[in-house]
Design a protein around this ligand. Structure first.
Ligand SMILES: *[C@@H]1O[C@H](CO)[C@@H](O)[C@H](O)[C@H]1NC(C)=O
Ligand SMILES: *[C@@H]1O[C@H](CO)[C@@H](O)[C@H](O)[C@H]1NC(C)=O
Ligand SMILES: *[C@@H]1O[C@H](CO)[C@@H](O)[C@H](O)[C@H]1NC(C)=O
Length: 226
C-alpha cells in the first residue's frame, strides 16, 4: 500500500511537471518535446481526478515545500485554463460591445443572435445579488443599447455582483446555480451546461418574442467568475 502510494506520488509529480511544461512553456512544445507530442487532455483530466483522490488523506503531514510547489504549479495551470475558457467565449462576442465580466462566485449565461448579446447573471449557492433583480433576468448589448451593456452597476462591463448571503432572494429562481453545482462545476459537465443554456433560451424566447425564431442558431456560452 505504501509502495503503491509512493509510486502514484512519483507519477503525480511527473505529471505536474509535464502539465507545466506543456502549457506554460509553449516554446518547449515548438521544439518538439516527445512527451508533449503524446499529450492528451482527456488522459490528463482522468489522471488528475484519479490521483487527487489519493492525496486527500495523505496531505496534512506532507513536505511543506512540495505542497507549496504543487499549489504553485496548479495555480499557473489554472490561470492558463481560465484564460482559455474566456477566449472560447470571446470568439462569438467580438464586436462593438465590450466583453462582459462574470461575477465572482457566479457566472454569466450568454447568448448572441443578430449581433445582440444577452447575458444572464447567475450566483453560486451561498451568494446573492447586490441589487434586487427579479424583473431583470438578463442584461443586453447591441445597436439598440448604443453598444454598451445594460447594468444596474456603475462599472461598464460588470453586469452583476454575487455577494455572500445565507439567503438567495434578489433574483428569480433560475438565477442561481443548483446547490453543490457551482458555475465551474456546471460547465465541467456538458449536460449541466446545456441545461442552464436551455433555461436561458426559454426565458429569452418568452421575453424577446421578435428574436425567438433566431434562437435556434444563436451562439451560447457560460462564463464563470473566479
Ligand atoms: C507516443 O505514442 C506513440 C504511439 O502510441 C509511441 O509509439 C511513442 O513511443 C510515444 N512516445 C512517447 C515519448 O511516449
Ligand atoms: C521536501 O522536499 C524538497 C523538494 O523535493 C526537498 O528538497 C526537501 O529536502 C524535503 N524536505 C524534507 C524535510 O523532507
Ligand atoms: C459597430 O458599430 C458601427 C457603428 O458604430 C456599426 O455600423 C456596425 O454595424 C457595428 N458592428 C456590429 C457587428 O454590430
Amino acid at each position: 500500500m505504501v509502495a503503491e502510494m509512493k509510486y502514484n506520488s512519483h507519477l503525480l509529480w511527473r505529471m505536474l511537471f509535464f502539465i507545466s511544461a506543456a502549457w506554460l512553456m509553449t516554446d518547449f512544445i515548438e521544439v518538439g518535446s516527445a512527451d508533449c507530442k503524446n499529450a492528451s487532455l482527456s488522459d490528463l483530466n482522468h489522471q488528475v481526478k484519479r490521483f487527487s483522490q489519493c492525496f486527500l488523506e495523505m496531505l496534512p503531514d506532507a513536505n511543506r515545500t512540495e505542497i507549496n510547489s504543487l499549489a504553485w504549479s496548479l495555480q499557473q495551470v489554472l490561470d492558463r485554463l481560465r484564460e482559455v475558457q474566456r477566449k472560447d467565449c470571446k470568439i462569438f462576442m467580438s464586436n462593438n460591445c465590450s466583453f462582459p465580466e462574470a461575477p465572482r462566485n457566479g457566472g454569466l449565461v450568454c447568448v448572441s443572435t443578430d449581433n445582440i448579446h444577452y447575458c444572464k447573471p447567475m450566483c453560486n449557492q451561498g451568494y446573492d445579488f447586490g441589487f434586487l433583480r427579479r424583473s431583470r433576468v438578463y442584461e443586453k448589448c447591441g445597436a439598440s443599447t448604443g453598444y454598451s451593456w445594460t447594468t444596474q452597476l456603475v462599472g461598464g462591463n460588470r453586469l452583476a455582483d454575487c455577494i455572500s448571503s445565507p439567503v438567495a432572494v434578489s433574483g428569480v429562481k433560475s438565477a442561481y446555480f443548483p446547490s453543490h453545482m457551482s458555475c465551474q462545476e456546471t460547465i465541467a459537465n456538458a449536460a449541466s451546461e446545456v441545461e442552464q443554456i436551455d433555461i436561458f433560451l426559454r426565458e429569452l424566447a418568452e421575453a424577446e418574442t421578435d428574436i425567438s425564431h433566431t434562437l435556434e442558431v444563436a451562439f451560447d456560452c457560460i462564463l464563470c467568475g473566479n
